[in-house]
Design a protein around this ligand. Structure first.
Ligand code: UP5
Ligand code: MG
Length: 193
């Protein structure tokens, strides 16, 4: 499968920083394929007959990272489900340096990293607000505190690593949904078409 003919943009940032919201808008306007690693894991968790569903549920409800062999297999299959697509947003992955290296080795390099830069207090407020309706098992204060810890210790180093490779496009998450999306478009205007 010609993975190296695909343009891959990683969409990163802490819990509630706006990865999903902006990805959906980019899909609508520019026809990216959006693959949220969290959504793929939640779907696998709920798939009858899944051998790894219970394990996934344990990691997500604790706010810790699912072993990457599981996530990479799901992403790989999802990319292969779109043989004609050229532009992919991979949302919420890689979450650690070892995941980044494994994706590069077994699938392909990313072209850029879209990074939603967001204060913890803003992320906290947005997720607690979303928790009223999301139904997500990890949208509760205790798990959320752990998601922040995991983000700072394991996931933020991925952004620092890609910064040294000049791949990071940072967008502040402060402002209305429309403001943040407009900044998003400016930051990746060279990639969208
Ligand atoms: N909102 C968004 N933008 C706003 C704005 N400008 N102004 C006001 N409100 C705004 O946004 C969050 C909320 O804020 C929404 O209610 C939105 O309307 C509002 P959203 O776009 O949903 O933020 P997002 O960054 O997508 O937040 P999410 O909670 O999805 O991020 P996480 O990274 O925590 O979740 P994810 O689904 O990626 O992962 C969940 C778990 O899965 C992980 O904790 C982990 O256990 C597991 N996982 C892995 O193990 N490996 C992976 O590779 C991926 C996930
Ligand atoms: Mg999301």
């Amino acid at each position: 499968f010609p993975f190296n003919s695909k343009k891959i943009v990683f969409v990163l940032g802490g819990p509630g920083s706006g990865k999903g919201t902006n990805s959906l808008k980019l899909v609508e306007e520019f026809g990216f394929v959006h693959l949220s690693a969290g959504d793929l894991l939640r779907a696998e968790q709920n798939r009858p007959g899944s051998k790894v569903g219970q394990a996934i549920k344990g990691y997500i409800s604790a706010g810790t990272i699912v072993p990457y062999s599981i996530t990479i297999a799901l992403l790989r299959d999802a990319i292969m489900d779109h043989p004609d697509a050229t532009k992919f947003l991979i949302d919420g992955f890689p979450r650690s340096l070892d995941q980044a290296r494994a994706f590069e080795k077994t699938i392909t390099d990313c072209q850029a990293v879209l990074f939603y830069d967001c204060p913890v207090s803003t992320m906290f407020d947005r997720i607690m607000d979303r928790s009223k309706t999301s139904g997500r098992i990890d949208d509760n204060e205790e798990t959320l505190r752990n998601r922040f810890k995991v983000y700072l210790n394991q996931s933020y180093p991925v952004i620092q690593d890609y910064s040294t490779k000049d791949k990071v496009r940072a967008v502040s998450c402060i402002g209305s949904v429309d403001d943040v999306y407009n900044k998003t478009k400016l930051s990746i205007s060279d990639i969208v078409n």
